[in-house]
Write a protein that binds this ligand. Sequence first.
Ligand code: ADP
Length: 282
Amino acid sequence: RGEEKAKPDATISINGIERIYQVQSAQVRNEEGKPLGIVAILNDYTDIRNIERMKSSFVAMASHELRTPLTAIKGFVSTLLMDDGFSKDEEREFYMIIDQECDRLTRLINDLLNTARIEAGESLRPNYSKVNFRQLLEKVLMIQKQSTSKHKLVLDAPAELPEIVGDEDKLDQVLTNLLNNSIKYAPNGGTVTLSCKVEGDELLVGVADEGLGIPKEHLAKVFDKFHRVNNDDNRKIYGTGLGLYLVKHLVETVHLGKIWAESEVGKGSTFYFRIPSNLDED
Ligand code: ADP
């Protein structure tokens, strides 16, 4: 018998890796009430603490990501409303920016909704059809080219790729997201290579950049929701940490494929995914 006590958290370093423990202890006494010793329970809640930390940084990031396009939309609409004798070309440019920023908002909101759906145990409903994969690669690359002048975007794929069965919108989202990251996390520019080859019944797609790279211990975790590499180089690059989480779901659950990354810090990263080309026959 004895009183239970919750003590403040204890941080213990095991082989150089810090773990956080919640400590609960109780004094044990014998029948006459003489203290015999103390029983302590150390509850490792490092992972819970990390998730809490990531969630709060996610809220800050998401607010920033929502506010940036809204500020731009508000700014350009107010400017247009002033009707300060803008030329048709100027007006058109303003409308184009508003249009792009609306798309950005929609993407972010869709990412949030889709994450909530996956968390609720729903898979994102696929809409399979025949997809001309070579055409899709060209289209996605062309759109991404317009978003950067610093990077050289190249396609390395055979002129003829087999027609595959898949969800075209979702494959578009996967490729767009990976290319977008390659550009975003290579702030000094460089070459981004989108490659594709046929391997038996599968397509192997690679998106390679010459950017910041990903430290080894983060390589598998970047696919977890909210997970972002937070170091001096990355801190100024905004994002929610949901992109790769959704991409992994789209590749592995919706297309029964596999996704992984290889990287060297300071040299660059390559994201690979493999998908079956004959999904309907499986
Ligand atoms: P976001 O870009 O919104 O943070 P993602 O889920 O797309 O979210 O990526 C998660 C994290 O993985 C990023 O924050 C970044 O640290 C890292 N990452 C993703 N792609 C790359 C890349 N091509 N090069 C370096 N780091 C990357």
